[in-house]
Design a protein around this ligand. Sequence first.
Ligand code: SF4
Length: 239
Amino acid sequence: MRWRRCGALGNVKGICLPDTAQGKRAAEALHDAALLKCTRCARLASFLAQVRKDHPEYHARPVLPFGVAAPKLLIVGLAPGMHGANRTGRPFTGDYAGVLLYKTLYKHGLANQPEGAEPGDGLKLKHCRITNAVKCLPPENKPLPDEVKRCNGYLQAEILALPRTITLLALGLVSHQAILRALGLKVSAWPFKHGARHALPGRQMLFDSYHCSRYNTSTKRLTPEMFDDVVGAISSHIR
Ligand code: SF4
């Protein structure tokens, strides 16, 4: 198996990644297996154990990324929602945030259908993949700073396995900072701003949007039109 050094990827040093399709699949399988078993955040692991008792039918484990194997766009949300990804095991599936996200992705040719309410619904993404900065459900949708940092290694592995020219969409401040940290960049040097695009030194392009949560849309912090503008700009950028 051939390997390439990640010294060429932004400022992140000392990590090697496989450089063949077979190697990438093997690395991804290892990554997914480790992620599904991860209990490094004691608070989150114990919360998930309680959720599994209360809702035995729920996934209630770390949630794996969803989408195409070789994306041009990686969308990074915050964390699984209790009755959405935490229930179904697929990011942004089964709650309001997913309704707006998938409808907007479909409008811009980034999904094959406008809805993604349940796994097995036939939803297929085009050119993109969706993941979260924190892979486990946090109480009240609020991960602690040390949990975001602890989970950052998984996000880093996901991003570094993609081409250097990958386009990234951060849904909210926490995801924006998690992406920068994963790339070894100084968080204060690249402030979060809805609608901003940042050409990063490793050649990635980072777009920012407020998170498409029910709270943000019901308070009109993020309107469907504002979200549509961001996803439309990304769609033009990656074509
Ligand atoms: S949040 Fe991330 S690091 Fe923490 S237990 Fe879940 S998968 Fe592991």
